[in-house]
Design a protein around this ligand. Structure first.
Ligand code: CMP
Length: 157
């Protein structure tokens, strides 16, 4: 049984610097996902320490933080059936030079760290990430007319 999910996506500083924001947003839109939130911000130390808590002991943690704070990120919430897995497939695997052609990283990145984009890896992670970045009034629920064509009658119930 498929479920309606929300995935938190960060367009990272490398993608902003390379002028890839529109390209990336467009890929999620074309898939039929619904944009529930979007904002531009510089990630604080507090947010990054919690966001990457599982990477804190890794040798690349310091440089990862510097990179993630080198310019603003575009944070978004994308909603749809099985959105967590769907968004991760659109992104491709972590490392740009290993990612499948056709995916965002496969088409746009050659790097392990400068890999363009972050996407939630589970429903639990998405909830944590949403709370770290967005206030309640920055998340929007609205009827998306396109859903009539994106999903079948049963899938919309
Ligand atoms: P992401 O999967 O969004 O979250 C963790 C990030 O750490 C990852 O993207 C990369 O940007 C970065 N990262 C992962 N592995 C490495 C590595 N071996 N060296 C440097 N950065 C890495």
């Amino acid at each position: 049984m498929s479920s309606l999910q929300q995935s938190v996506v960060l367009v990272k500083p490398d993608a902003l610097q390379r002028g890839l924001v529109g390209e990336i947003v467009s890929r999620f839109e074309r898939k039929g996902l619904k944009l529930a939130a979007i904002k531009m911000l510089i990630l604080s130390d507090e947010i990054l320490d919690q966001w990457y808590a599982h990477h804190k002991e890794k040798p690349f943690f310091g440089n990862l933080k510097k990179f993630m704070q080198s310019a603003p990120v575009i944070a978004m919430v994308w909603e749809g059936l099985e959105a967590i897995g769907t968004v991760r497939k659109l992104c491709g695997v972590t490392t740009g030079y290993e990612a499948e052609a056709g995916s965002i990283r496969g088409d746009l990145s050659l790097s392990g760290q400068h890999n363009i984009i972050h996407a939630s890896d589970s429903v639990k992670a998405a909830e944590k990430e949403k709370q770290l970045i967005f206030d309640a009034d920055e998340l929007f629920d609205y009827d998306k007319g396109e859903y009539l064509w994106v999903y079948s009658v049963e899938e919309r119930e």
